[in-house]
Design a protein around this ligand. Sequence first.
Ligand SMILES: C[C@H](O)CC(=O)SCCNC(=O)CCNC(=O)[C@H](O)C(C)(C)COP(=O)(O)OP(=O)(O)OC[C@H]1O[C@@H](n2cnc3c(N)ncnc32)[C@H](O)[C@@H]1OP(=O)(O)O
Length: 704
Amino acid sequence: MAAKGRTELDVGADGVAVITIHNPPVNSLSIDVLYSLKESYEEAFRRSDVKAIVVTGKGGKFSGGFDISSFGGLQGGQKMQPKVGYIAIDILTDTVEEVAMACHARIATPTAQLGLPELQLGIIPGFGGTQRLPRLVGLTKSLEMMLLSKPIKGGEAHQLGLVDALVSPNDLVNTARQWALDIYECRRPWIKSLYKTDKLEPLGEAREILKFARAQAQKQAANLHHPLVCIDVIEEGIVAGPRAGLWKEATSFQELLFSDTCKSLVHVFFSQRATSKIPGATDLGLMPRKITKVAILGGGLMGSGIATAMILSNYPVVLKEVNEKFLNAGIDRIKANLQSRVRKGKMTEERYEKAMSLVTGVLDYERFKDVDLVIEAVIENVKLKQQIFADLEKYCPSHCVLATNTSTIDLNLIGEKTKSQDRIVGAHFFSPAHVMPLLEIVRTQHTSPQVVVDLLDVGKKIKKTPIVVGNCTGFAVNRMFFPYTQSALFFVDLGMDVYKIDRACTKFGMPMGPFRLADLVGFGVAVATGMQYLENFSERVYKSMLLPLMMEDNRAGEATQKGFYKYEGKRKATPDPEIMKYIEKSRSMAGVAPDPELLKLSEKDIVEMVFFPVINEACRVLDEGIAVKASDLDIASIFGMGFPPYRGGVIYWADSIGANYIHGKLEEWTKRYGGFFKPCSYLAERAAKGIPLSAPAKKAQARL
Ligand SMILES: C[C@H](O)CC(=O)SCCNC(=O)CCNC(=O)[C@H](O)C(C)(C)COP(=O)(O)OP(=O)(O)OC[C@H]1O[C@@H](n2cnc3c(N)ncnc32)[C@H](O)[C@@H]1OP(=O)(O)O
C-alpha cells in the first residue's frame, strides 16, 4: 500500500536540518508520517554536519494533528497499532523531543491557529499534549484550550509563551533556522517543556482549579466521560511528574479511542466536512462567483439576524423595509445583536462602528441594481413573496442570486410569477441567524448548480455549516424536527408529565426538551408551522389542542412570560402547576383517557417515544431524496435541532440502535395508539433486510 504522507530532510550549509511534513491537505500525522519523522530525526542525529533541527509543514500549514481518517481502521482492527506509548514516548519524547510543543522553541505567524482540539473527537490529546501544554501556558489556560477544544491565534500564543516568536510566513523557516542555531550555540536557552514548572500553579491551587474544571465539565455535558479523563491525566502529571503523566495519557488515549463517543464524534467531524460536497453541483468544476453586495428584504427577527451574520463577515448589506418605523426597528435589532457581542468582549467598539457602516437602510428597490445576492426574509405569505420575487426580477441585475429564507413554503410557488426559476434558491437560516451554525440551502429542479455553488461559498464565508436539500414543505430540518414536539404533545394528552418528558430529553443530551423549546420559539410560530404540515402531511399530524388553548389565555411561551413554564427574571424557567387545567381540557377535547401504562415508563422509553417518530420522518426525507445523504441529516439534527453530537446525529444514532428495534417499537405503538407512529416503507424495508438506515439508496434521487 502506498505510504500516506512522508517527511523530507534537507540539511543546509549552516548545519540546520529542515524536516518538512508532506501530507496534504493539512499535513496530518499519519502513522507513515510519524515513522518517517523518526527516520528523518535518526538520520539527522547520525550526520555529523547537523547542529540543529527545524520541523515545518509543506504548503503554509504546520500540521492538523494526528490523522483522524486512520481512527476507523485502528478501531476496527484493520490497521496495526503501534504498542501503547511507542509514539508518544519512544518516538516523540525520547527521539524527537516532540513535534511542536516539545521542541525547544516554536516560531509561528500571527494568524497561525494553535490548539489541542482532541476532545471534540471524544479522545484526549496524546503525544504528551496533556503534559506539555499546562507547563507552557499554565493550568487554567491549558484546561480552557483542551476542554473547550478552543484554538488560539499566534499573537495570543506568543503572549502566553506557547510560541517564542512571531514572523511573517516568508520568514518562518529562516527565523527558525537561526533560532535553532542560537540554541545550539547557547545564545538562547535550551528548554525542555516537559520539565518546565514555572508556569504551573502551586499544588494546592492546581487541585482547586482541577476540581472546578471537573464540576464545569460535568455541568456542561453530564453524559461525557472523556473530559474527566483528560483532567485526571493532567492531574497525574502535576502530582506524580510528567513521565507518569505521559504513561497515563497513553493508556487512557488507547481506551478512549475505542469508545462510542469517539466513533460518533469522528463521524461528525467527517460528515460536517462532507456536507459541502454536492453531486451535480460541486463536482462540475464551477467556481463561486464573487458576491460583493447583498440585499435583505425584511428587518424582522430573521432579516436582522441574517444582516448581522453578513456584516460580521464584511458583506455590505442593503436592508429594505416597507416603512421608516419597521426599518428603524430592523436596524436597531442589528445594533442590539452587535452590542451584545461588544458587551461580551467579542467585539471592539471600533469593529462595531465599522460593521454598522456596512448597513444601508432603504424603502425602495433603487439600490438593488448592483446587488449580487438578495435574501428575502418577510412573513410567510405566499402572495406577498410572489410579488416580491416578481419585483426582484425587475430591479436586480440578471446574474443576481434570488434567495428566500422561507422555512416551509414550496420554492416553485414563490417563483411562479417569474422567469428566473434557475436563480431562485432557499437560504434557510435558524434563529438567531447570526448565532445558529446551520444554513439549509434548498434547491429546486430548476435551481442552477452555479447558484448552489455561490451560496455554499457565502455560507462558508459567514461561517455556517451548510446542508443542501430538495424542495418540499418544511425541507429537511423542520420536517425532522416537527415530530419531536408532536409526539410529546400526543403523550401528554395520554397522561405523561410535561416536565418528565423535558427532563428525559435534556438528560439524553438535548439542550432543551420539546416543551421548553416550544416556549422559546413561541406558540404562534409552532401553530402556524403545524397548519402547513396539516395541509401537506395530514395523516401524520396529531391535532393537539393544548397550544391553542393556552394561547387563548395569552400563554404563548417565553415572550408572554408564561407557557409550559413560568418566566421570572432572566430566562429562568420554572414549572407551573397551572398548566394542568389546560392539559385536562385538551385531553377531554381529544376524547382520550390517560393510559396508566405510560406512567411506568423509564426515561429511556420516553426518549424513544419522542425520537423514533423523528427517525421515521428522517427516513421519509431520505427516501424522497430531499437530503443527499444520511450523514447530512446527522449534521442537520446536530446543528439545527441541538441533537447531542456525541451520539453522532439522528440517523447514526438510529443505526446504533438498529432499524429492526425501532421498527418494532413503532409497529407496537401504531397498534396501540394509531397511525401517527406508522413506520414508513424505507424504515420497514431496511428493518426487514437488515440494511443500515444510512446506507445509500439505490433509486435515483428525484428531487435533487
Ligand atoms: C494523539 C493526538 O493528540 C491525537 C490527535 O492529534 S487527533 C487530531 C487532532 N486534530 C484535530 O482535531 C484537528 C482537526 N482539523 C481541524 O480542526 C481543521 O481541519 C484545521 C484547523 C486543521 C484546518 O481547517 P480548514 O483549513 O478549514 O480545513 P478543513 O476543511 O477542516 O479540512 C481540510 C481537509 O483536511 C481533512 N483533515 C483535517 N484535519 C485532519 C486530520 N487531523 N486528519 C485527517 N484529515 C484531516 C478534512 O477532513 C478535510 O478533508 P476534505 O477536504 O476531504 O473534506
